[in-house]
Design a protein around this ligand. Sequence first.
Ligand SMILES: Cc1cc2nc3c(=O)[nH]c(=O)nc-3n(C[C@H](O)[C@H](O)[C@H](O)COP(=O)(O)O)c2cc1C
Length: 371
Amino acid sequence: MRTRLCDTFGIQYPIFAFTRCKEVVVEVSKAGGMGVLGAIAFSVDELEPALAWIDEHIEGRPYGVDVVMPAGIVDAAPPDLESMIPEQHRQFVESVLARFNVPPLPAGDPAWNGLLAWVHSQARSQVEIALSHPIKLLANALGPPPPDVVAAAHEHNVLVAALIGKAEHAQRQVEAGVDIIVAQGTEAGGHTGDVSTMVLVPEIVDAVSPTPVLAAGGIGTGRQVAAALALGAEGAWTGSIWLAVAEADTHPAVVEKLLHATSRDTVRSRSWTGKPARMLRTAWTDAWDAADSPGALPMPLQFMLTGNAQSRMHLFADREARELVGTPIGQIVGEMNEVRPVREVMAGLVRGFEDTVDRLDQLTSKVGSPR
Ligand SMILES: Cc1cc2nc3c(=O)[nH]c(=O)nc-3n(C[C@H](O)[C@H](O)[C@H](O)COP(=O)(O)O)c2cc1C
């Protein structure tokens, strides 16, 4: 499974793992892949200690950080953004929670930070912190990172990756100085376009050659890693499968749902952030798709509107909010049927890849044989 990117990063397998959990980052990198910490949900004060913890535990293995700097998003100050949220939407959120009798947050229990780091001012602070640690990769979702961010990363010898879902955007990313393109198909969990991995990856490989491409979306077995490499990718970028590993901090009620979900139990919904994101289908996503829904607000307003509700759904996930609680997740959830440690998942991907390549080798030798 050796590709150029193994040498670039000094990793054994070109398997990249997006996760918001620092323990998973460390375990993936120690198992020969490359853990990438999703920084979006970390405040600036939380990110520094999380990266320090990784540095302390990762035994010198390479890792990366992922930020979200959406192209063209408003970058207003929080009070101004708050005033842009219509009262009708606030009432709708309360009415959905009331339908399930979800209690308010107990006094003193802080709600999730609704603004997160979607706005560039916050993401830039995260980039600054990330670059003060020995990271090897800075990834960005939702458009090419601004030129000064690319330049700062390169000054620190950090390569830049960007996630894209449309071949039309590929060349623009390379021109913006992005070193690695993550071609993410519609199967993927989180923000996603509408073209499948099978179609998108070769399109993007051809569009940006010789820039290396990682395939993302729907990769959870060694067979799928082999398929990604067959399509011309130089590695796999995975996300969903790390939500149900033993080291993950996913809420147990959510893990339970993931283990039982099939590949048809996801939906592309704007209810999370305002941009289409693939998520577990729940009573919450259904409510936003129903006829009486006011429709999602544009990013970053939707998560500001729903951050408090998300906190309540997670706090009461075992009780009143059982039907509402969910997570972004890809169609590969249908293959996620047991909780296993990261090391075992990685070993399974490698073994599955080798079996697949052996099987394909036999096919070619049969075709070539006169008997
Ligand atoms: C819970 C969850 C949150 C995600 N959040 C982000 C994010 O903040 N930034 C990002 O670049 N990608 C994010 N993604 C997408 C992943 O980086 C990755 O491309 C995707 O999970 C790959 O497809 P898969 O889910 O089929 O493995 C997220 C995915 C999931 C499942």
